[in-house]
Design a protein around this ligand. Structure first.
Ligand code: CTP
Length: 437
C-alpha cells in the first residue's frame, strides 16, 4: 500500500514558518506531503523551502502549472486529507462562504477528503463574532478546526490566536487520516495506509485530554466521545388559527451552536428543534417540531438515552386553547379573536428533568429581563437542573444575536462569563458541564 498523502495549505501569517515543522512532523510519521501556498504566504516563507522539504513541486498560482490546466482538482483528488496551517481569518472566511479566488481556496472547495484548518491570528480577529461564526459554520460542515492556543502573539497582544502546537496539528491530521480510512472517506491515494502514530502526534492526538475542553487544551478535544447529548433549540409556535400563531424571537442559534460543538467534541447529538432558519449541524440528528407539546413528546426518547441534556429552547409557556382550523376573519370572528383563551404548555425541561437519572447532567437556560441571578437560581431548583445558563434578554440582547453574555449558575455558586460569540459560549458551557461530571 502506498503512503498516505496530505496536502498542506499555507496562508499569509507570521506562523507560516511553523508549517515547515508540521510538514516534517507528518513526514516523520510516514506521510507524504504536498504544499499549496497563497501568494501572501510566500511573503513569509519561500516555496523553495517547502520544495526542499517535500521534494515535490509547490503550488501557488491557479495557472502556474502549464501541464495541468485543472491543477486545483488534481491537487484535491491526490490528497487523503487537506490541512491548512496556519489558516488566516480571511481564508477561513472565504472557505466558510465557498469563495474560491486562488489555488488554495479553489482546492479547498474541490476537496472531498477531510479538511482541517488550524487558525492563527490576532486575538481580536480570532474573537471577532464574524470569525467565530465562520469557524462554527465550518465545524458544522465537518471541517476539523484545530483550535488556536493562548499566549503571547506576534502583534504584542496576549490572548487566544496562536497557532496550535505543531504536535497537536500533526496528531489531529493523523487522526483524520485514520478515521477517513475507517470510513473510506479519503479522496486520494487509493488504499493508502495511515501511519501508526509515530514520533510526534501520539501524545498530542485529539482526545488525549479527557477532561479539558478546547479552551483548556488548545486541541480539538474529543472529550465527549462516547456520550449522548440532547439539545432543545429554537422557539415553539402555537397555532391560533390556520394561518396565525403565538411564538417568540428565538433564532435557535445558541442551541445549534451547542449541538455543533458537542458533535465536534465527539458526542452523539440529537437536536430537538422548533422552526428556525438554520442548517442542521453536520453529524447531528435533528428532530423538527412546532409546538411545545410536540417538543416534549419528541424529546422523551433522546432524553432517556442522554448523558447530557441541554434545554436552550424558548418554549412558548402558553398556547391558544382552541385553535381554529380555518382563518379567523375580521368582523365575523371579532368576538373569538378578542377572547382568545390561553392554556399553559408543559414545561419540557422540568417535566423530563424531574425523572432524571443520577448520572445524567441537565442544563437549562434562563432568559430574564429582571433579577437575572435570582430567577436563575430559582429555576435551577424548580426545574431540577444541574446548571443554569442565565442571560438578559430584551431589545438587541440574546435573541437573534451572534453573541451573548451569561452567568453560569450551579449548586456551587455563580460564575460570570464575558461577552462572547455563541460558538465560543457553546464550548464554555460544554466545559462547565464536563466540570460537573
Ligand atoms: N423551558 C421548557 N419548557 C417550557 C418553558 C421553559 O423546557 N415550557 C425551559 C427552557 O428551555 C429553559 C428553561 O426552561 O431551559 C427556562 O426557560 P425560561 O423561558 O427562561 O423560563 P420559563 O420557565 O418560561 O419561566 P418564566 O417565563 O417565568 O421566565
Amino acid at each position: 500500500m502506498s503512503e498516505p498523502c496530505v496536502l498542506v495549505g499555507v496562508t499569509g501569517c507570521i506562523a507560516a514558518y511553523k508549517s515547515c515543522e508540521v510538514v516534517r512532523g507528518l513526514q516523520k510519521a510516514g506521510v507524504r506531503c504536498k504544499v499549496v501556498m497563497t501568494e501572501h504566504a510566500c511573503e513569509f516563507v519561500g516555496p523553495t523551502t517547502f520544495r526542499a522539504l517535500t521534494h515535490e513541486p509547490v503550488a501557488v498560482g491557479l495557472f502556474d502549472d502549464a501541464s495541468d490546466p485543472i491543477h486545483h482538482v488534481s491537487l484535491a483528488q491526490e490528497c487523503d486529507a487537506f490541512l491548512i496551517a496556519p489558516c488566516t481569518a480571511n481564508v477561513a472566511a472565504k472557505i466558510a462562504c465557498g469563495i474560491a479566488d486562488d489555488l488554495l481556496t479553489t482546492t479547498a472547495l474541490a476537496t472531498t477528503s477531510p479538511l482541517l484548518i488550524a487558525p492563527a491570528m490576532n486575538v481580536h480577529m480570532y474573537e471577532a463574532a464574524a470569525t467565530q461564526e465562520n469557524l462554527a459554520r465550518l465545524r458544522g460542515r465537518g471541517v476539523r478546526v484545530i483550535e488556536a492556543g493562548e499566549g503571547y502573539l506576534a502583534c504584542g497582544d496576549v490572548g487566544r490566536g496562536r497557532l496550535a502546537d505543531v504536535d497537536v496539528i500533526v496528531g489531529a491530521t493523523l487522526d483524520a487520516l485514520r478515521e477517513a480510512r475507517a470510513t473510506g472517506a479519503t479522496g486520494g491515494c487509493e488504499g493508502a495506509e495511515p501511519p501508526a502514530c509515530a514520533a510526534v502526534g501520539e501524545s498530542a492526538a485529539p482526545g488525549a485530554s479527557a477532561s479539558a475542553g478546547p479552551a483548556a487544551s488548545g486541541a480539538p478535544a474529543r472529550d465527549l466521545a462516547g456520550l449522548r447529548v440532547m439539545v432543545t433549540a429554537g422557539p415553539t409556535v402555537e397555532p391560533l388559527d390556520a394561518v396565525r400563531y403565538l411564538s417568540n424571537y428565538s433564532s435557535g442559534k445558541m442551541g445549534y451552536a451547542l449541538a455543533a460543538a458537542a458533535a465536534a467534541r465527539g458526542a452523539q447529538v440529537t437536536l430537538v428543534s422548533g422552526p428556525v432558519a438554520l442548517e442542521a449541524p453536520a453529524g447531528v440528528d435533528v428532530i423538527r417540531v412546532k409546538t411545545a407539546r410536540e417538543m416534549l413528546d419528541a424529546a422523551r426518547a433522546p432524553f432517556a438515552g442522554a448523558d447530557i441534556a441541554v434545554f436552550t429552547a424558548a418554549v412558548a409557556d402558553f398556547r391558544p386553547a382552541r385553535p381554529a382550523d380555518r382563518k379567523l376573519k375580521k368582523g365575523a370572528d371579532d368576538a373569538a379573536l378578542r377572547a382568545v383563551e390561553l392554556v399553559e404548555n408543559p414545561d419540557v425541561l422540568a417535566t423530563l428533568a424531574r425523572e432524571k437519572r443520577a448520572d445524567q447532567r441537565v442544563v437549562g437556560f434562563a432568559a430574564e429581563t429582571d433579577d437575572v441571578l435570582g430567577n436563575a437560581r430559582r429555576k435551577l431548583a424548580s426545574k431540577h437542573a444541574d446548571l443554569v445558563v442565565a442571560n438578559e434578554v430584551g431589545e438587541g440582547r440574546a435573541f437573534g444575536t451572534d453573541d451573548n453574555k451569561v452567568w453560569l449558575v450551579d449548586a456551587a455558586g455563580t460564575r460570570e462569563l464575558p461577552l462572547m460569540s455563541k460558538a465560543a459560549l457553546a464550548d464554555a458551557v460544554l466545559d462547565a458541564i464536563v466540570g460537573l461530571r
